[in-house]
Design a protein around this ligand. Structure first.
Ligand SMILES: O=C(O)C(=O)C[C@H](O)[C@@H](O)CO
Length: 254
């Protein structure tokens, strides 16, 4: 029995648009609600969300019972955290703050087993292999991994061609908040200079044949992103609960 097929990878490899939600609340219940809502994917954010390996596992278990595919953004591209997260069973990972081709190569190596990388051997006892049930996991896992690296600094934009050309990098994810801040436009993700840099990254990622991802919080921008070639599109976050609460209060009888 081989590793489970990564349906999100298959869809992105086909160029299909995949809409998702950012999970920032580290809640299994919220992950389950979001997974049932109809998103193609739900991303467990361990960079900015208050997540531990235990909360990541809980959310993966919750999402397993829903149609949504699970994605994890790790806090950083260090091999030890990638190993632990992959052993929990996720197959699509987003790595923040990748600024050079050298960093991209190290991350690409960390997410695949020897032959294509240097991922540590431990999954035969872990959730990723069904605690040993998937006897061919190690020999089939590499091909089901989908790695997004984040371009979110001026340095990364300058290096985007080399990063995108790195073997094992499957997608290029633009972090508009961090990129704009690094460019000197803190909080101004729609500054013309920022938009121009993002458009450049999109064009170079397309030229390299890589999937393009980003996350936006303004519904009026969704189609614009898709028109530019984004297929892995975050439409918001679970912290929308606040917005829903405010709208509910605003609609109450006087
Ligand atoms: O820099 C960014 O923008 C991202 O990487 C996405 C944010 O971290 C996410 O929390 C949405 O603001």
């Amino acid at each position: 029995m081989p590793a489970p097929q990564n349906a999100l990878k298959a869809a992105l490899d086909d160029g299909d648009i995949q809409n998702g939600l950012w999970l920032t609340l580290a809640s299994g219940a919220v992950a389950e609600i979001a997974g049932k809502a109809g998103f193609d994917w739900c991303l467990i954010d361990a960079e900015h969300g208050p997540n531990t390996l235990t909360t990541i596992q809980t959310q993966l278990q919750a999402l397993a019972g829903t149609p949504a595919q699970a994605v994890v953004r790790v806090p950083s591209g260090e091999d030890w955290i990638l190993k632990q997260v992959l052993d929990l069973g996720v197959q699509t990972v987003v790595v923040p703050m990748v600024n050079t081709a050298q960093q991209a190569a190290l991350v690409a190596s960390a997410v695949r087993y020897p032959g294509q990388g240097s991922r540590g051997m431990g999954a035969t006892l872990a959730r990723a292999s069904g605690y040993g049930e998937i006897v061919d996991y190690v020999s089939s896992a590499n091909e089901q991994i989908f790695l997004f690296v984040q371009i979110e600094s001026t340095e990364a934009v300058e290096n985007v061609d080399a990063i995108a050309a790195t073997p094992g990098v499957d997608g290029i994810f633009v972090g508009p908040a961090d990129l704009s801040a690094d460019m000197g436009f803190v909080g101004q993700m729609d500054a013309p200079e920022v938009i121009a840099a993002i458009d450049h990254v999109y064009e170079r990622a397309k030229a390299a044949g890589k999937a393009i991802g980003t996350v936006v919080f303004d519904a009026s921008d969704f189609q614009n992103q898709i028109d530019k070639g984004v297929t892995f599109l975050g439409l918001g976050a679970d912290s929308f609960a606040l917005q829903t609460s405010l709208r509910t209060l605003a609609s109450k009888a006087p």
